[in-house]
Ligand binder design. Structure first.
Ligand code: S3P
Length: 445
């Protein structure tokens, strides 16, 4: 188990043009799922390009505690020998998920559908995050919450059932984590699980389940999707190639757009349309982004992107776009700070329950950087400064990796450097961020 570095202040310094190539690390969502489905299949699952970040390594440890044998063969190359669906072991101690909401919620689904009990816990950020949204449907399926902190928070002791009830469930919010927890619990159900989501959220669980041999169907339903999963499939251990994470690529992309004279190539980025709302928004803002090479990795479309410094303009980002760029609002807000005119991002209530309250965190950091921003209901409005951002402040990060990377990127293009109080959490999703950005010409101190 890797130990996270101590809390570490860091600044992004005004930098010369960013130039060169960057291959973002493996996708975090797919990495969690690859380990988990590896646990549930019998035999050896081989993973290439796994994101070796703290969040994902915590999921790996949890899979081990539940009976998987896991071995690292080389950089990003891992083997998982699964315990098999229906055959998990009861973990001997508490499962520590660190900062990872995804690992926690998906694994709650796995435990709920098996006759084992597990205690879920993590850091101070995870302990603030709402878990009832996942626990409620799991309880409907027969799981029991034996202990929980006030308001349905971790630490949570969850007791699963060896015979989860097949349910019909409509998720109250478009959340891939809720959807995935229900599907993972439904996997061990003797019947069919039916799930409706109000808007389509990322579909990596559905795709990977089908790839491992499950019978799963997904079709448009109103503005969202209707998904049906047949329980108790024979899951085939498989080989998985993890494509590069668009949510990590977002940082060098926006940095290249805002640092004058930059010209950067992003390699092999996953372009699953349920993850590319940021690209669409940036293009509407006038971003010069070319798709150079389209390819495929692990059943997902990928592309190389060429990104050049661009004069951006403010836009209105509709609420319907939120699920396809839910993790990208902090860095979009930085692009908006450099744009000409105001940008309004609508319908962001879900940002309040991420690794931190990101609506408040973005607004506070922008204020510290000399940029006016306002929260109106669930909307965020950023008053763009047409390229001239003062910087010179300190952004509080509240254990949030994406807030830290966003304000470090702001500092690269501001008049004065921008500090964050703690860059250590960047290791939860993009451990090579500082090294990779430095190679492009970014300066940190
Ligand atoms: C994720 C889903 C998103 C996202 C998170 C990863 C996933 O959360 O914010 O970083 O891998 O399923 P919600 O689905 O809860 O919005």
């Amino acid at each position: 188990m890797k130990v996270l570095p101590q809390s570490a202040p860091l600044s992004g310094e005004p930098s010369g043009p960013l130039r060169g190539r960057l291959r973002p690390p493996g996708d975090k969502s797919i990495s969690h799922r690859a380990l988990i489905l590896g646990l549930l299949a019998v035999g050896r699952t081989e993973i290439e390009g796994l994101l070796e970040s703290a969040d994902v390594l915590h999921s790996g440890e949890a899979c081990r505690a539940l009976g998987a044998k896991i071995e690292r063969r080389g950089a990003g190359r891992w083997n998982v020998w699964g315990a098999g669906l229906g055959s998990l072991l009861a973990p001997r101690s508490s499962l520590d998920f660190g900062n990872a909401g995804t690992g926690t919620r998906l694994m709650m689904g796995v435990v709920a559908g098996h006759g084992v009990a597990a205690r879920f816990d993590g850091d101070q950020s995870l302990r603030k995050r709402p878990m009832r949204r996942v626990l409620d449907p799991l309880v409907e399926m027969g799981a029991e919450v034996l202990e929980e902190a006030a308001g349905g928070r971790c630490p949570i002791l969850l007791k699963g059932t060896p015979e989860p009830l097949p349910i019909d469930y409509e998720t109250p919010v478009a959340s891939a984590q809720i959807k995935s927890a229900i599907l993972l619990a439904g996997l061990n159900s003797p019947g069919r699980t039916l799930l409706i989501e109000p808007q389509a959220s990322r579909d990596h669980t559905e795709k990977m389940l089908a790839y491992f041999g499950a019978t799963i169907a997904s079709e448009p339903f109103g503005r969202g999707r209707r998904i049906q999963l047949e329980g108790r499939p024979e899951l085939r251990a498989s080989r998985i190639v993890v494509p590069a994470d668009p949510s990590s690529a977002a940082f060098p992309i926006v940095a290249a757009l805002i640092v004058p004279r930059s010209d950067v190539r992003i390699e092999g980025m996953m372009t699953n349309p349920l993850r590319t709302g940021l690209l669409q928004s940036l293009r509407e803002m006038g971003a010069d982004i070319d798709v150079l090479d389209e390819g495929e990795a692990g059943g997902e479309r990928t592309a190389d992107l060429r990104v050049k410094h661009s004069a951006l303009r403010g836009i209105d980002v509709p609420a319907e776009r939120a699920p396809s760029m839910i993790d990208e609002y902090p860095i979009l807000a930085i692009a908006a700070a450099f744009a000409k005119g105001a940008t309004r991002m609508r319908g962001l209530s879900e940002l309040r329950v991420k690794e931190s309250d990101r609506l408040a965190g973005i607004a506070a950091g922008l204020k510290a950087a000399g940029v006016a921003a306002a929260i109106e209901g669930d909307d965020l409005i950023v008053e763009g400064r047409g390229g001239d951002v003062p910087g010179g402040g300190l952004a509080p990060t509240h254990l949030d990796h994406r807030i830290a990377m966003s304000f470090l990127c702001l500092g690269l293009a501001a008049r004065r450097k921008m500090a964050v109080d703690d860059a250590s959490m960047i290791a939860t999703s993009f451990p090579s961020f500082v090294a990779d950005m430095t190679k492009l010409g970014a300066r940190f101190s």
